[in-house]
Design a binder for this molecule. Structure first.
Ligand code: PLP
Length: 621
């Protein structure tokens, strides 16, 4: 069975009966919950595994076109004749964009996730969703026979055997879509004022078009003020309740990972890996990778200037690829070393005999910009790059990318930023901060599975490296980039399922938005910080340098304290914490990345408090 990955939303209509409520905006921009119903629908589609959404627009199309800036998986196309044509004309406006089976939806629907799931899980190829009686006032009744639909009408007397009411969500196969197309082509009279529902019933005689009835489906189409009122008072709360119940049922047992990656993922990211086998040399997989490459760059706002190069490796592989590919033989990199990951850059350069100068800072102390600049100035003749870690995950310090970049610009150096544990958690703009190479991986703040590293490269900077003497093979940035650009294939076997998970994780990132994710992380950090301070803990790093994604906590001196015992106590209760790593004082570390919420942190703090009191550990204050 083919998985459905595409949805088409018909959104050309005017919705004239609702003007008083939504000020002339298109119907999809009515707001019942915390975002317009079209955005609710989009989020619901993404959380059910849909990967691309085509919106057919018409009336005030710019509202929908603007959504593309927020959600890169959306394409829009305008039906220029929306005022005089029916929904069939709109549906076929999207002809060039539709090349697979799809879900078809109307833009003004509020519905529970079960509506989508039942169609997605149905083994029938063409399915129209029906509900029990709604009493909405403008119901479309659907006549059926056996499993098939026969006709539809607003008059119940036209219906011989009632199957239910039409919802406006259907699953349409590519084959049926093509037949619908030929049907209008051969009936000139049906070109303009014809509706897709009518076409489906016209074709129902010769084609298997089935229905799926959900008797008490929570849904509503909002056409007038009565509907609007009912949506707010009754249907929307019901939808929220039902959807949260579905989430609870599906939930894979959830561990709260407070280690600095791999981070806790959503269930939808986990499930997205269960897909049919595919050879990664197929065009379809190439398109998946291409889309991911584009969106990874978009997350750091480098669409016009940067390219993502992907490797099958953990994050360190990306750092190794970058350092071994971009530093010319006759120059050196200045490596800022204020944590284990800065040190790792040094180790990589040692391993390959790459020239570098180390700028050492005790682990846990911030970069002093004046001193750094003096150091750069003293070595300016041999340097080509400044390499450093953005969020130094060893200690939870945020190195100031903007200020370091300014120093680099002054001396005409490029910068290499290990943004492994900040990318997608802290807003980054590669153009604003003039970042030439930025490295991250699939399993930290982007919230996918471990197995893919990527380097986001400024195009000109990457191009320059093509002339450099080779030190590496698998990890050559330029080779991987040119191979992919030419063939749209990864140079070597990619971790196929991890790519599907990354696709889903990126889509969920755009649904949550850059600000939304950062806000959630910062809120968790604030709860954590406050709770730890209340318990009497102290932090390694001065608060003003905290990255707010990981906190290094100084270990208690009490003789009853033992990290391994504390770790075990918490682990048994579903919380995974992490030991310290080479800092100037002994620490343990708590990260707040991944699909976690304030409540998870609150529960963690309660469990930590229980551990302390049951072991009679006191914290000196
Ligand atoms: C996690 C991390 C890495 C890479 O770790 P891998 O185990 O190779 O994925 C590198 N740098 C920083 C700053 C990190 O947080």
């Amino acid at each position: 069975m083919n998985r459905i990955r595409c949805a088409v939303i018909l959104a050309a209509g005017i919705g004239s009966r609702l003007r008083s409520i939504h000020n002339d905006k298109p119907k999809g921009f009515l707001q019942i919950g915390d975002k317009p119903i079209i955005e609710e629908s989009i989020a619901r589609l993404i959380y059910n595994g849909i990967q691309s959404i085509i919106i057919v627009t018409g009336y005030k199309n710019h509202f929908y076109d603007d959504l593309k800036n927020k959600y890169p998986f959306i394409k829009t196309i305008k039906n220029d004749h929306f005022e005089t044509t029916g929904s069939m004309f709109s549906l076929f406006t999207a002809k060039e964009l539709v090349n697979d089976d799809f879900l078809l939806l109307e833009s003004d629907l509020l519905y529970e996730s079960n509506a989508l799931q039942s169609l997605l899980h149905s083994s029938d190829k063409n399915v129209i969703l029906l509900s029990g009686a709604t009493g909405a006032g403008d119901e479309v009744y659907v006549g059926v026979e056996g499993k098939h639909i026969v006709n539809m009408s607003k008059k119940i007397s036209d219906i011989k055997k009632l199957g239910g009411e039409l919802v406006g969500i259907s699953k349409i196969s590519q084959e049926l879509y093509e037949k619908m197309g030929s049907h209008i082509d051969s009936h000139q009279d049906k070109k303009t004022n014809y509706h897709y529902e009518d076409c489906l019933t016209d074709l129902a005689g010769d084609n298997e078009i089935n229905f799926h009835l959900i008797e008490d489906l929570a849904w509503i189409e909002i056409d007038d003020e009565q509907h609007h009122k009912r949506a707010i008072e009754k249907i929307y709360p019901l939808i929220c309740r039902r959807d949260s119940e579905i989430e609870l049922q599906k939930r894979v047992e959830r561990n709260i990972l407070l280690n600095p990656g791999p981070a806790t993922t959503t269930d939808t990211v986990k499930y997205s890996m269960v897909v049919e086998d595919i050879c990664p040399r197929e065009r379809e997989f190439g398109e998946l990778v291409e889309g991911i490459r584009k969106d990874l760059v978009r997350i750091v706002h480098g669409e016009d200037s940067h390219e993502a190069v992907l490797f099958a490796s953990s994050g360190t592989g990306g750092v190794e690829a970058c350092l071994t590919s971009v530093i010319p033989d006759d120059k050196a990199a200045l490596i800022i070393n204020n944590g284990a990951y800065g040190k790792r850059m040094v180790q990589i350069c040692d391993g390959y005999g790459i020239n570098y100068i180390k700028y050492d800072i005790p682990f846990g102390d911030p970069v002093e910009l004046d001193k750094l600049e003096q150091f750069v100035n003293a070595n300016k003749n041999i340097l080509s790059h400044i390499a450093f870690v953005h969020h130094e995950t060893t200690v939870g310090i945020l190195n100031p990318v903007g200020s370091i970049s300014e120093i680099a610009q002054k001396y005409n150096l490029e910068i290499i930023v290990d943004a492994m544990s900040s990318y997608a958690g802290i807003p980054i703009d590669v153009n604003k901060d003039k970042i030439h190479f930025l490295i991250s991986s699939s399993n930290k703040c982007i919230q996918g599975m471990a197995g893919i590293s990527f380097v986001i490269c400024n195009r000109e900077s990457l191009q320059k490296t093509s002339a450099y003497k080779r030190r590496n093979f698998y990890f050559n940035l330029f080779d991987n980039f040119t191979f992919f650009s030419k063939s749209r294939q990864m140079q070597f076997t990619p971790p196929v399922q991890i790519f599907y998970a990354l696709r889903q994780a990126i889509n969920e990132y755009f649904i949550e938005t850059e600000e939304g994710r950062n806000k959630r992380y910062v809120e968790m950090y604030e709860v954590l910080k406050k709770g730890l301070l209340e318990l009497g803990f102290k932090f390694l790093v001065d608060e003003k340098y905290h990255a707010k994604i990981l906190t290094a906590v100084i270990e208690p001196e009490d003789k009853n304290y033992d990290f391994n015992r504390m770790h075990h106590y918490l682990y048994e209760r579903g919380f995974t914490i992490y030991p310290g790593k080479g800092a100037k004082l002994n620490t343990f570390r708590i990260a707040n990345m991944g699909q976690l919420y304030k409540e998870d942190i609150e529960n963690f703090l309660l469990t930590l408090r229980d551990y302390l009191s049951s072991n009679r550990i006191t914290l000196n204050s």
